[in-house]
Write a protein that binds this ligand. Structure first.
Ligand SMILES: [Zn+2]
Ligand SMILES: [Zn+2]
Length: 349
């Protein structure tokens, strides 16, 4: 497996189904050829927390180690969270929910929990800033600790498309939030390409991509940028709406995404697809398209795409059935997970 890291290999991941036992998500990722995954650890549109026994979390970490083609796992926090809400009850509920999400992420050994900060509902960003900072700190300090020997799991603030009173619509706002938390190391950044485009940032040329890296580096620090959400856009640049499109089927296009993906400072950051696919999320064909776009991006910077190590390739290939989307559903519901996940991978090799 070491071979793979000696090449410039893009880490193309995807949002997949988590399921109550968590481990099926790894197989779901393998099935579509993803090399990272993102999951919800509880229903994203419900407050009801999913609490996992330590054993389930430990099983996940074991299963992750047994799936060497899946490098990183990210969690996406519940959509209902609003750390900027002027409603005290909603605010407290949001902190509790984020804390639970983070506890699970830490227990899983995830690389980060991506969160939408929320909306100030017209009250203004400046007014909401202190309560947002308090919320982040309370969640970071209040969540269960990472198990021994497991890297800490940061909260990753996601940029928004810029609609209404959403918070995190610019790097100015994200920088202000991190600063208000005393630049706590446990806060990071996730950039959604569709949201960035919709917020009016044109990164679709070599110059634009360079500008993006410059902005992030000077305001937030590239080391805080832990992942991208890789999506094309159904709406135009500056349209301020959150509408994901499949790669090369939107207004950014593969060439625009390639300029970003090929940038030397971005190449090795995990790219997580959240594209609609056929309506059921990212498919194997979407991962392939993203890989092609990456190769296109490298070429724009004068680098030729290197093959992945043959070992990794063969695992990915055999693991990806032709109708990945159709297999995805039952796979997440498969009851035999504990040791089966480990055995399965061995078989696939
Ligand atoms: Zn998101
Ligand atoms: Zn979105």
């Amino acid at each position: 497996m070491l071979l793979a890291t000696s090449f410039t290999v893009m880490n193309i991941g995807a949002h997949v189904r988590g399921g109550g036992k968590l481990t099926p998500s790894l197989d779901a990722g393998v099935e579509i050829g993803a090399t990272s995954i993102q999951i919800f650890t509880q229903s994203p549109r419900m407050w009801k927390p999913s609490l996992y026994e330590d054993k389930v979390l430990a099983n996940f970490r074991e299963a992750q180690a047994a799936h060497p083609t899946i490098k990183d796992t990210f969690c996406h926090a519940t959509y209902l969270i609003n750390l900027a809400s002027p409603n005290k009850e909603l605010y407290e509920k949001s902190i509790l929910c984020l804390t639970t999400n983070l506890t699970v992420g830490r227990g899983m050994g995830a690389k980060g929990v991506v969160v939408h900060t929320g909306s100030h509902m017209g009250e203004g960003f400046e007014k909401a800033l202190p309560q947002i900072a308090e919320a982040f700190m309370r969640a970071l300090d209040g969540a269960g600790k990472s198990p021994k020997g497991v890297d800490d799991c940061p909260i990753l603030i996601e940029n928004t498309a810029g609609a209404g009173g959403t918070v995190g619509r610019s790097f100015d706002e994200i920088e202000a939030m991190i600063n208000a938390c005393g630049k706590d190391e446990r806060l990071g950044l996730c950039i959604d390409t569709q949201h960035l485009w919709a917020s009016g940032f044109d990164f679709s040329t070599l110059e634009g991509a360079k500008q993006l890296v410059k902005e992030v580096d000077s305001r937030i620090g590239m080391d805080r940028l832990k992942c991208f959400h890789l999506n094309d856009s159904k709406i135009e640049l500056g349209g301020n709406k959150d509408r994901h499109a499949n790669i090369d089927e939107g207004t950014i296009g593969s060439k625009g995404l390639a300029a970003l993906m090929g940038h030397p400072k971005i190449r090795n950051i995990p790219m997580l697809l959240e594209v609609p696919g056929d309506g059921d999320g990212p498919r194997a064909v979407d991962v392939k398209k993203a890989e092609k776009t990456y190769a296109q991006g490298l070429a724009m910077y004068g680098v030729s795409a290197k093959p992945t190590s043959s070992k990794v390739k063969s695992v990915t290939k055999k693991a990806a059935p032709k109708k990945a989307a159709a297999v995805k559903k039952p796979a997440t519901k498969k009851p035999a997970v504990k040791k089966a996940a480990v055995k399965k991978t061995t078989k696939k090799k």
